[in-house]
Design a binder for this molecule. Structure first.
Ligand SMILES: Nc1ncnc2c1ncn2[C@@H]1O[C@H](COP(=O)(O)OP(=O)(O)OP(=O)(O)O)[C@@H](O)[C@H]1O
Length: 279
């Protein structure tokens, strides 16, 4: 993000508490975050520090208890923004083929919805097939989810998240359930998709190597209440490779992130501590 370009995503003095009264959980303390258009930011931190809460705030799924969330310089929810999402569980619809699953956002999201009804089905089908080919799933469009491996399903899920050219791509531990080799393959695929399409990406991950490989910035969070304690710039050249992750600069980045998280780890949470911290 250049100094004078307005941020595409901005959290300004945001606080978020779940529940009421004695059951209040202060999930996010005062939090500020700016993400430039087309940037790739990873959120890392101990369990319960509010990473997914930030994703929910940015997509407008929940509203801030205090402060403001802006996307494209408008308060979130004021204007529709095209968002793509992928989670740990690919959640493809089992009764639809892979291609139909990938095309689903085009049936739902304007302006594609109207075009889909009008005439563009063939064009959209070609678009889905091209995207499937880009992630190594050429020829799998007619298969059904049960016929694919976990890694293949996650590739298809990335295609579904990107088919409608989202301005914002929200990824909540998308590769968390995959083995290391499949995960590394998918990092390369995601990097390639990001380099060619340049959505603004917010990635939640527990994998520090993944954060360092994929992101331009890694925000380290701390719990109770959740907050960002460090914002590390990652400026390794692109495209990044797995070999690069063994180089001293990369290793010292992941070591630094690790020690930040170790020191950010809150003592084990208890229901009483939760109520106390919220009081
Ligand atoms: N719907 C909810 N109602 C009450 N408390 C919630 C709710 N959702 C999350 N929390 C609490 O808010 C805090 C932040 O949760 P969040 O899911 O954002 O953390 P996280 O960093 O994504 O965690 P993890 O890495 O384990 O997925 C946690 O203490 C969690 O228990």
């Amino acid at each position: 993000m250049t100094e004078d370009a307005p941020p595409f995503v901005q959290l300004q003095d945001v606080r978020l508490a779940y529940g009421r009264g004695e059951r209040t959980v202060e999930a996010l303390g005062t939090t500020n975050l700016k993400i430039g258009k087309g940037d790739f930011v990873a959120l890392v931190g101990p369990s319960g520090c509010g990473k997914s809460t930030i994703l929910k705030l940015v997509t407008g799924l929940i509203s801030a208890s205090a402060g403001w969330v802006f996307v494209a310089q408008r308060e979130v929810g004021a204007e529709p923004v095209r968002v793509g999402m992928a989670f740990q569980n690919p959640t493809l619809l089992p009764w639809l083929s892979i291609r139909q699953n990938v095309m689903l956002p085009l049936k739902i999201v304007p302006p594609f919805r109207q075009q889909y009804r009008a005439k563009k089905k063939t064009e959209f089908r070609d678009r889905a097939d091209a995207l499937l080919a880009q992630v190594g799933l050429a020829g799998f469009g007619d298969k059904f989810p049960w016929q694919l491996s976990g890694g293949m399903l996650q590739r298809a899920s990335l295609c579904r998240a990107l088919i409608h050219d989202p301005q914002l791509l929200m990824l909540d531990e998308p590769f968390g359930a995959l083995d290391q080799f499949t995960r590394e393959e998918l990092w390369a695929i995601l990097q390639d998709l990001w380099l060619t399409r340049r959505p603004t990406v917010l990635l939640v991950t527990h994998d520090l190597k993944e954060a360092g490989y994929l992101a331009n910035r890694v925000c380290v969070m701390r719990a109770r209440p959740g907050r960002i304690v460090e914002d590390c710039v990652v400026d390794f050249a692109r495209p990044r490779t797995i070999e690069m992750t063994y180089e001293p600069g990369f290793v010292s980045l992941t070591q630094r992130l690790r020690s930040l998280i170790v020191s950010a780890r809150a003592p084990a949470a208890t229901p009483d501590a939760t109520v106390e911290s919220a009081a």
